[in-house]
Design a protein around this ligand. Structure first.
Ligand SMILES: Nc1nc2c(ncn2[C@@H]2O[C@H](COP(=O)(O)OP(=O)(O)O)[C@@H](O)[C@H]2O)c(=O)[nH]1
Ligand SMILES: [Mg+2]
Length: 301
């Protein structure tokens, strides 16, 4: 009797998700070229890749990552949340998570850190024992730097420290240069570890699944949604300040009849105001979309 096991694969665009999925399944998963993502907006189950391993029928869920050149963080979160809450409401339970990170990245800042923060909030700490952080792109000539980064990232709670201290495990995924067999082996080692973990905890309810489906929250009220919105608020505060300064300077310019400067300042004000309204629309998206999902779930009951 084989068990059906769902494993979520997450990480930034270009972190090697599709490559890992491909090595596990042996299937022809489309792999991105450079940093351009191939995970386009999907029909909901096109994320699933299945194979058999150690008596389990395993379904890997390949998710779109942040830093996608074609999509905003809010849209990406919305897509993942929609998938996770819909499948949860239909009885699909996740048993493990693989979070991939490129060790070749100099620092974890900007988008990388934002992605990790949203991921932590989305999964919740109950998920850590069934989580693997997989580091990819170990370049042979930068091995020392890689190891130094690994130590830094593991020891700091801002990065992987909190996950690791609560049961997550760190794995290195083999490089292209080591050959396909070794890459496949190192990818399956991660899967084997997660299967081992399921003997203790068979399935995990992700925080965002509980929040959306059990508590009936809208996405903007979930921990992950608030994390993503925090970035929007920050951006909006900066823009509002710029608008204020532009208006003030414009009045000064008009007093001395400097029409050209006033015109330029007017243009800045208009542009900032447009960006503010765009960010408000993004925020609104989180509200409306989840109401739509909830309506659909209610219909099914
Ligand atoms: N050098 C190197 N390149 C890799 C490795 N894993 C993936 N890549 C390449 O990095 C790019 C992005 O990988 P992909 O699996 O599509 O990342 P995804 O966006 O997370 O799905 C592709 O060109 C891969 O061939 C690795 O371990 N080493
Ligand atoms: Mg991909």
């Amino acid at each position: 009797q084989e068990k059906t096991t769902f494993i979520l694969v997450m990480g930034m665009t270009g972190s090697g998700k599709s490559t890992l999925v491909q090595h596990c399944t042996g299937n022809n998963v489309q792999v991105g070229h450079g940093l351009q993502s191939c995970t386009k907006l999907p029909p909901i189950f096109s994320y699933l890749y299945s194979f058999f391993h150690e008596g389990h029928h395993i379904h890997l869920i390949d998710t779109p990552g942040f830093d996608d050149t074609n999509r905003s963080d809010i849209d990406t979160l919305k897509t993942i949340a929609t998938y996770l809450s819909t499948s949860f409401a239909n009885g699909v339970r996740i048993s493990g998570i693989i979070y991939l990170h490129r060790i070749s990245d100099n620092r974890l800042s900007g988008t990388g850190l934002r992605n990790l923060r949203v991921f932590k909030k989305l999964a919740g700490s109950n998920a850590w024992p069934n989580t693997v952080i997989g580091t990819t792109m170990w370049k042979a000539d930068e091995y020392m730097q890689g190891e130094a980064r690994e130590i830094e990232l593991s020891g700091d709670v801002t990065y992987f420290g909190d996950l690791l201290s609560r049961g997550a495990k760190l794995f290195r995924i083999a490089e292209h240069e080591t050959g396909a067999e070794e890459q496949r082996h190192s990818s399956l080692r991660v899967v084997s570890h997660l299967l081992q973990r399921t003997r203790t905890v068979a399935v995990i309810d992700l925080r965002i699944q509980r929040e959306l489906v059990v508590d009936g929250k809208t996405l903007d009220a979930t921990a992950a949604g608030r994390e993503a919105l925090g970035n929007l608020y920050h951006l909006r505060r900066q823009l509002a300040r710029q608008v204020e300064i532009a208006r003030h300077d414009m009045q000064d310019a008009l007093k001395v009849r400097d029409i050209e400067s006033a015109r330029q300042l007017q243009a800045i004000e208009t542009e900032c105001t447009r960006k503010i309204s765009k960010s408000q629309k993004q925020q609104q998206k989180l509200k409306t979309s989840l109401m739509e999902i909830h309506d659909k779930e209610v219909d099914k009951l």
